[in-house]
Design a protein around this ligand. Structure first.
Ligand code: PLP
Length: 398
């Protein structure tokens, strides 16, 4: 049976056209972009073209605002440390409680070292940011604010443009982790108050291990990686030329078809959600009332552990996740679900279905036909006391 891949927030299939664009940069145009001789030229040209392609995807005004990195994690780390360096004399950092570990782990590390005071802004049960708590945390002591564009577990989108305006009003640097949004949602940085924005190629059908940080023109970025003067002295190390070329190609492919792909994914995702909620009692979509990415759905099935559902789906060749890929299998409750403060979700977890432009009706049909039986089998286990009614009350307002 054909495997069904519904875990595109973990990573996406590399587009064959991306692979084809990358290949010559391994064996033919293998020169170092910093070399003055003839071998350097094609690599340099290719990096320039890729920078323009990625800038266009992000709606950046200038291609030199794009700094290539090794991925979303490095972009996030660079942004937060550079934000602190750009605002000496301030030592507070504001993040949401549902950021990716690429942000949260660094913030906790800096806090543990006594270098910063961190504010973790809670979310409401809908997954939306608590705007009052956000405003209350902003002060002239805040060096950097980092709030994600869209959450990787629920797909909930944050109003980052408005949040950036508020952060700028107190003189803070504003960074957003747009790793899940880039290529799925239109991003228009020109004219926005966002200073720094992270992207990662492998979430948009590009290669793994390459990403970018948008750095608003005029922002003096302290490098995370000290070394040579690559990337206009903002990141040391010989560039990953094939990876960068692949990222550029992936961005070039995604940009013109973004709205069409989003509409198609949304229709498939909505069919999956209404089909599951219609067929399975006590199932609820997290963040359903909030603005969400078109490809993501996190569903709680009362009284059954999401991990158990995912394991049985895997046996039927259907790949889903129960949270961020890095924490799947750990059984540790997801910090995102805990932050949403829906006890049933924190207790049983949520199954995350994430689609891509490759997803089709057949994938949705397979999930719709497998899940009701899997959930019923798990609920029939004698150890499970039926608490579905409680669950329904808890999730009714999300
Ligand atoms: C929201 C978010 N930020 C950052 C990352 C890390 O990106 P990368 O895997 O490119 O380091 C991920 C990856 O899952 C993510 O979902």
């Amino acid at each position: 049976m054909r495997p069904v891949y519904l875990d595109n927030n973990a990573t996406t299939r590399v587009d064959p056209a991306v692979v084809a664009a990358m290949l010559p940069y391994f064996t033919e145009h293998y020169g170092n972009p910093s070399s003055a001789h003839a071998f350097g030229g094609p690599s340099r040209q290719a990096m320039k073209a890729a920078r323009e392609q990625v800038a266009a995807l992000a709606g950046a005004g200038f291609s030199d605002e794009i700094l290539f990195t090794s991925g979303g994690t490095e972009s996030d780390n660079t942004a937060i440390r550079a934000g602190l360096a750009a605002n000496p004399g301030r030592d507070e950092v504001v993040v949401s409680a549902v950021e990716h570990p690429a942000v949260l782990a660094l913030v906790r590390l800096l806090e543990g070292e006594g270098r910063i005071k961190a504010h973790f802004i809670p979310v409401l049960p809908c997954g939306c940011l608590d705007r009052e708590r956000y405003r209350a945390a902003l002060s002239p002591r805040v060096a950097v604010v980092s709030i994600m564009w869209a959450n990787n577990e629920t797909g909930v989108v944050f109003p980052v443009e408005a949040l950036a305006e508020e952060a700028k009003a107190v003189g803070a640097v504003f960074h957003t982790d747009a790793v899940q949004a880039a290529g799925r949602e239109p991003i228009e940085l020109g004219g926005s108050a966002i200073d720094l924005l992270s992207m990662s190629a492998h979430k948009l059908h590009g290669p793994k291990g390459v990403g970018a940080l948008y750095v608003r023109r005029g922002f003096k970025l302290a490098p995370l990686i000290a070394g040579g003067r690559q990337e206009r002295a903002r990141r040391g190390g010989t560039e990953n030329v094939p990876g960068v070329v692949g990222f550029g190609k992936a961005a070039e492919i995604a940009a013109p078809r973004l709205r069409g792909d989003a509409a198609r994914m949304r229709a498939l995702r909505d069919r999956l959600e209404s089909g599951l909620v219609g067929r399975i009692r006590h199932a609820a979509v997290l963040g359903a009332s909030a603005e969400r990415l078109p490809n993501t759905s996190a569903i709680v099935f009362a009284d059954v552990e999401a991990e158990a559902i995912a394991a049985l789906l895997a046996r039927e060749g259907i790949a889903v996740s129960t949270g961020a890929a890095c924490s799947a299998g750990s059984q540790a409750p997801s910090h995102v679900l805990e932050a949403m403060a829906i006890p049933m979700a924190a207790k049983f977890g949520a199954v995350r279905f994430s689609l891509s432009r490759d997803s089709d009706d057949d994938d949705i049909d397979r999930a719709l036909s497998a899940l009701p039986d899997i959930v019923a089998r798990l609920r029939d286990r004698p150890a499970r006391a039926a608490t579905g009614e409680t669950a329904l009350r808890e999730v009714a307002y999300v």
